[in-house]
Design a protein around this ligand. Structure first.
Ligand code: RVP
Length: 478
């Protein structure tokens, strides 16, 4: 009968990790991990592609910290593409796709370009050749009605296209200039190096960067939106996340197969929660698996549809299969404390994806609000009525004319800047690894053993028999 092979499923609050003899100090552990087959991160945390979590500000902050952000898809394709472009342009050693003006451009136009694109200098091109450079300073004294050629600097200091970084820094420094255009032998502009980018780069040594020195970013697509995936890749997305509530679906699988042929960057697909689904996705040659059916803080799938798998069991089932193929696993949903991150990795995940823990930060796009004197930010499920009624995302179903919501809308406490939150989360992960004697993520996955706890054990785990009068930064009572 249906119950004869029934198995038990566990989630974060059902277990604790056993302490083990250790020679490892938290400050010395290495938390770097694999996000997907070809992408490594210094910090194994990913921001979820949700419209109250990840837009460009979040993606930039995550990548700078050594983590990773996935831009959501609940918006028109051009907007998502533009967000990817902005993240890619945020930091770079050599800007390839340089904004330029011509000598005849009116200065008002140049000023508008600088303002809207937030840049301080524009190379001036005439018949594709570099003839000058225009900086903000030049514009300050420009008379009304003048053109770029009246105020630009004409004897531009340039460097050859294959200049190395050290030499470029020296040239910038020696000449006290901000921008260094790179030109080929015919004086065609091929790139631009800026002092600001070099300084920023030194400030974020752990940042998740591509080979060109640009921040890495992922972007979500619907399972049938190949065109969007192609455009996002063209805009520079380093990872395409095929974002569905149930990836183990024949139509979805065949669409992923097709996408695999057209897309050359890594593809992560999900969500799934069983070993069989992991096999199915891996046979489509995906580069990473996203695990979680129903654990999300805003998710009602398990209640509405009666379907799901407690998250730790789901992670462990999927990870068993993924390990054989060397495919990384992202544990997505249900994480409320840093200890849950340690448990997710101990169960077999390579990284974790967060929604609610990041939705309350400065960098999330959600609306701020004050409730009972405390600051909150809006947070909603992508299957909530609010998100569904934008009509763009098809992650959750529409039957006939009505929505069948699988998520809720609400607010989470304001938590300050993302880097402060990540500092606490990584600190907790390091502490956990110290208790287990795991000097790296691989060792944590390999060594950790769980002990099952009761509801009394859970009660004992939280602070008890005390009236809390202040909240430490890593323990909130929401
Ligand atoms: P959490 O971190 O617990 O807030 O969970 C975030 C995850 O919940 C997302 O990454 C996604 O997998 C899932 N989600 C998003 N929207 C919904 C929904 O409306 N049901 N669920």
């Amino acid at each position: 009968d249906k119950f004869s092979n029934i198995t038990e499923g566990y989630t974060f609050d059902d277990v604790l990790i056993l302490p083990m003899k250790t020679g490892v100090e938290p400050k010395n552990v290495d938390v770097s991990s694999r996000l997907s087959r070809r992408i490594n991160v210094k910090v194994p945390i990913v921001s979820s592609p949700m419209d109250t979590v990840t837009e460009e500000a979040m993606a930039i902050a995550m990548a700078r910290y050594g983590a990773f952000g996935i831009i959501h898809r609940n918006q028109p394709r051009e907007k998502e593409v533009e967000m990817v472009r902005r993240v890619k342009r945020e930091e770079t050693i050599i800007i390839r796709d340089v904004y330029t003006v011509s000598p005849e451009t009116p200065i008002e136009v140049a000023r508008t370009i600088m303002k809207t694109k937030n840049i301080a200098g524009l190379p001036v091109l005439k018949e594709e050749k570099l003839v000058g450079i225009l900086t903000k300073r030049d514009l300050e004294f420009a008379k009304q009605g003048s053109t770029v050629s009246d105020v630009m600097v004409k004897n531009v200091i340039t460097a050859p296209e294959n200049v190395d970084l050290e030499d470029a820094i020296n040239i910038l420094h020696k000449n006290r200039i901000e921008k260094l255009p790179l030109v080929d032998k015919d004086n065609h502009l091929v790139g631009l190096i800026t002092a600001k980018d070099i300084i920023t780069r030194q400030r974020f040594p752990d940042a998740t960067r591509d080979d060109e020195g640009q921040l890495m970013v992922g972007a979500a697509v619907g399972p049938f939106d190949l065109d969007r995936a192609i455009e996002l890749e063209r805009a520079g997305a380093d990872l395409i996340v095929v974002d569905t509530a149930h990836a183990d679906n024949e139509n979805v699988l065949s669409s992923i197969k097709r996408m695999r042929k057209e897309i050359s960057v890594d593809i992560v697909a999900g969500n799934i929660a069983t070993a069989g689904a992991a096999e199915d996705l891996i046979s489509c040659e995906v580069d990473g698996l996203r695990v979680g059916i129903g654990p999300g803080s805003i998710c009602t799938t398990r209640i509405v549809a009666g379907v799901g798998v407690p998250q730790l069991t789901a992670i462990s089932e999927v990870a068993e299969v993924a390990k054989e193929y060397g495919i990384p696993v992202i544990a997505d949903g249900g994480i409320r404390y840093s200890g849950d991150i340690v448990k997710a990795i101990a169960a077999g995940a390579d990284s974790v994806m967060l929604g609610s823990m990041l939705a309350g930060t400065e960098e999330s796009p959600g609306q701020e609000m004050i409730i009972n004197g405390r600051k909150y930010k809006a947070y909603r499920g992508m299957g909530s009525i609010g998100a569904l009624s934008t009509g763009i995302s098809d992650r959750y179903s529409k039957l006939g004319n009505g929505f069948i919501a699988e998520g809720v809308e609400g607010a989470v406490p304001y938590r300050g800047r993302v880097d402060e939150v990540l500092f606490q989360l990584v600190g907790g992960l390091r502490t956990g690894m110290g208790y287990v004697g795991a000097e790296n993520i691989g060792k944590l996955k390999e060594r950790a053993r769980f002990v099952r706890i009761s509801s009394n054990g859970l009660r004992e785990s939280h602070p008890h028999d005390i009236r809390l009068i202040s909240e430490p930064p890593n323990y909130q009572i929401s």
